[in-house]
Structures are given as structure tokens and as C-alpha cells.
Write a protein that binds this ligand. Structure first.
Ligand SMILES: Nc1ncnc2c1ncn2[C@@H]1O[C@H](COP(=O)(O)OP(=O)(O)OP(=O)(O)O)[C@@H](O)[C@H]1O
Ligand SMILES: [Mg+2]
Length: 200
């Protein structure tokens, strides 16, 4: 069983979006994932309650290890404690005003010896400043989930972008590819490999 915490103390960076769509990508691979919602009545639990998710969402860490292949922990905003799992997925919006919190949290996580997969979310590539940030983070091994209208469409009825109801939507195949690549990295990640320093 593999566990990854989806963490960034800054609110609205795409933690819940990444957690539930990575879980959906795992289902596509024939794996059994679970999402643990560390945000009381948080986003992933709302999705779960709507009934369209092909996996479980639990409100907290279960007492005994769940019978699953992959555990994804959806952390809440302002949770500043570096999560326990050795592997962290850190979503970040590439805006200057949002980025500082990520940089600080990343440093804390690195100091704690975590392996980190950074995922740039919702970047506005028409803005030169954001393009530059995206490029810089990606050069250090980060992934990107491009800004796309399918996320609000999926949000509207609490579906993941892997839901058959979203099939055929503009950009859905590309976004699914992006998630598959991140999932592969989560599943392959070996001890001691810090993806943010793949070049170092
Ligand atoms: N690549 C993207 N394109 C379009 N919308 C996106 C993208 N990534 C995230 N979003 C949207 O941004 C919003 C915030 O995302 P989400 O709720 O996952 O963030 P969060 O980090 O979990 O927030 P919180 O800290 O409040 O829990 C959601 O509406 C989500 O659909
Ligand atoms: Mg959330």
C-alpha cells in the first residue's frame, strides 16, 4: 500500500481536486484507492456524498490499515504541520501572491526529508509572469495540470474528470494524461528521490 499526502497550507491551490482525480486515475489502472479527507466536511467528502465517485472517501485515518492499494490524504488549508507520509504531492497556483506559502512549505518538507511531487495547477499562461513561474517550477521536475474549464464542469455535479459523463469534453484527454503521469510518479517514487531536485 502506498500513501501520499496532498498538502499545501495555502487555500485553494487544488489539493482536493488533485486528490480525487489522482484516485480516479488509480481506479482507471485497476487499483483500489481511498481518499482521506482531513478537512472537516471538506470538498472530497462532499464529492463522496454526491455519490458519483468510484472509490471511498473516509473522514479520518482508519484505525487499521485499509485494504487498498493507494491512500491519498486531502489536507485542509492552514494545516502547517508537515504530513507524516514520506511522499507529498504539493499543488501550487503559479501566481506570485500564492507562491510564497508553497516555497516556505516546500522548504519545511525538504528539511523533514520528504519526497515531493509538485503539481502546478490552474496557471494562466497568457500572463507572462505566470508562464515564467510555471517554466521555473517545471524545470525542477514539477508536473502541470493546465487550467481548464472541465474542472468547473466536473465540480458542478461532483464528478472527477474520469467520469464517463465528462467523456468528449474539450481538453479532457489531455487533462487525463496529465493526471496519469502524476499517478505514475506517485506509484514509482523511490525512497530518497526528491523530484524537485531531479537536476541537482
Ligand atoms: N487546473 C485547473 N483548472 C481549472 N480549475 C482548477 C484547476 N485546478 C484547480 N481548479 C479549481 O480551483 C478550485 C480550488 O481547488 P481545490 O478546492 O481543489 O483547492 P484546495 O487546495 O483543496 O482548497 P482548500 O485549501 O480550500 O481545501 C476548484 O474549483 C478547482 O476545480
Ligand atoms: Mg480542499
Amino acid at each position: 500500500m502506498k500513501t501520499a499526502s496532498v498538502w499545501n497550507p495555502k487555500g485553494g491551490q487544488g489539493k482536493s481536486m488533485v486528490a480525487i482525480n489522482l484516485a480516479a486515475a488509480a481506479v482507471e489502472l485497476g487499483l483500489k484507492p481511498v481518499v482521506i479527507d482531513r478537512d472537516e466536511q471538506g470538498t472530497s467528502m462532499l464529492y463522496h456524498q454526491a455519490g458519483n465517485l468510484p472509490f471511498e472517501v473516509l473522514p479520518d485515518y482508519p484505525r487499521s490499515a485499509p485494504n487498498v492499494d493507494l491512500v491519498l490524504v486531502d489536507h485542509m488549508a492552514n494545516d502547517r504541520v508537515v504530513p507524516r507520509p514520506p511522499l507529498l504531492v504539493m499543488p501550487v497556483i503559479p501566481k506570485r501572491s500564492q507562491y510564497a506559502a508553497y516555497v516556505e512549505a516546500l522548504k519545511q518538507a525538504e528539511d523533514a526529508g520528504k519526497r515531493i511531487i509538485t503539481v502546478v495547477t490552474n496557471g494562466d499562461l497568457r500572463r507572462e509572469q505566470e508562464r515564467a513561474v510555471v517554466l521555473a517550477i517545471k524545470q525542477r521536475g514539477a508536473f502541470e495540470i493546465r487550467a481548464s474549464g472541465i474542472f468547473s464542469r466536473a465540480d458542478n455535479d461532483y464528478r472527477t474528470i474520469y467520469d464517463p459523463a465528462i467523456n468528449g469534453a474539450y481538453g479532457v484527454r489531455d487533462r487525463r494524461h496529465e493526471f496519469s503521469a502524476i499517478l505514475a510518479s506517485v506509484l514509482q517514487n523511490q525512497q530518497g528521490k526528491d523530484l524537485n531536485h531531479a537536476e541537482a
